[in-house]
Design a protein around this ligand. Structure first.
Ligand code: ATP
Length: 289
């Protein structure tokens, strides 16, 4: 019986080449798979998806031209490739910048080693968190439009400069007051850093995402745009419907509940260890003699 099984495998698998796989090869395969997966996700979530579809169509045409030996088209395609590559880098400069920034933000070790939730690495206090949530839903209940940007690791100084400097403690009453209709500060966005509102009436970049619902106007587009170029969490209150939405990482969650907003805010309430180190390093440099 054994001999028959051996003969069977010998007959069918004798010529099969089975390379010797080392442990390092497995790690390499996993790394390549993760990188390809991340690139595919990036392509899907940015306008690079449109470009990829365009490129695939173009490649199809070139293939047909090659099969039928259309020399003029092949000559033109050859000449255009370099120009197209340069144009793609220019067109996708913001997306490429964001992708590299994201890579820099990631702390692979902090995901493995649980960090302590203490006052020292707290980005904002529980009081601020509650004020943000209560203010958003209070404004929602009376249909007062609002746009609140909660800063994380990436500093938003360039957007702060588009508004009016404030530097005041976050509180439910202050936020409601800022967004009150027909007051000088109600237009645009406020930026929150830690427990302080740094500025109001800030102008945010608008998203050019074509999948965003047509019923959403510029306030929601600005929230989404800001989340595409930074790691900030943006709270939007719709003036039309009173709905509270949250934008982060290029995604917009519409009509969220109080619990949802509270959970999202508590997820970013604590800095991971590398961010803490970065802030400390900056502080020390400022006071260097
Ligand atoms: N680029 C921007 N940066 C900051 N705030 C903006 C920006 N664009 C629009 N806004 C704010 O959004 C307001 C206009 O909102 P609009 O009605 O167009 O948006 P919406 O998404 O339909 O929101 P709503 O549901 O509240 O009507 C402006 O008055 C301004 O306060």
């Amino acid at each position: 019986m054994e001999a028959r099984i051996a003969a069977f495998f010998g007959r069918y698998l004798g010529d099969l080449y089975l390379p010797h796989i080392r442990f390092i090869d497995v790690i390499e395969i996993v790394i390549v798979a993760v990188v390809i997966y991340e690139i595919m996700l990036w392509i899907k979530n940015t306008k690079a998806w449109m470009l990829l579809r365009g490129l695939l169509t173009l490649a199809g045409f070139i293939l047909i031209a090659a099969v039928f030996k259309m020399h003029t088209i092949l000559f033109l395609a050859k000449g255009c490739i370099n120009v197209l590559a340069t144009a793609a880098v220019i067109v996708f400069q913001p997306e490429l910048r964001r992708a590299l920034e994201k890579l820099g933000e990631k702390n692979f070790f902090s995901n493995l080693v649980p960090f302590e939730r203490n006052k020292e690495n707290q980005r904002f206090s529980d009081e601020t968190l509650e004020s943000l949530v209560h203010a958003a839903f209070e404004m929602g209940s009376v249909c007062t439009g609002a746009l609140i940007v909660v800063e994380q690791a990436i500093h938003l100084t360039e957007y702060e400069l588009t508004g009016i400097e404030l530097d005041c403690k976050v509180s439910e009453q202050v936020l409601i007051n800022i967004f009150e209709h027909n007051t000088p500060l109600h237009d645009g966005a406020v930026i929150v850093r830690g427990d302080r509102i740094t500025s109001a009436t800030c102008y945010l970049p608008l998203s050019d995402n074509m999948q965003i619902s047509k019923e959403l106007g510029t306030r929601h587009r600005a929230a989404l745009g800001m989340s595409e170029v930074s790691d900030a969490l943006i709270i939007v209150v719709s003036e039309e419907t009173g709905q509270v939405s949250v934008a982060m990482g290029g995604q917009l969650a519409r009509g969220v509940s109080e619990e949802y907003l509270m959970t999202r805010l508590s997820q970013i309430q604590y800095c991971t260890s590398d961010v803490k180190k970065f802030t400390r390093w900056k502080g020390r440099q400022k006071h260097e003699e």
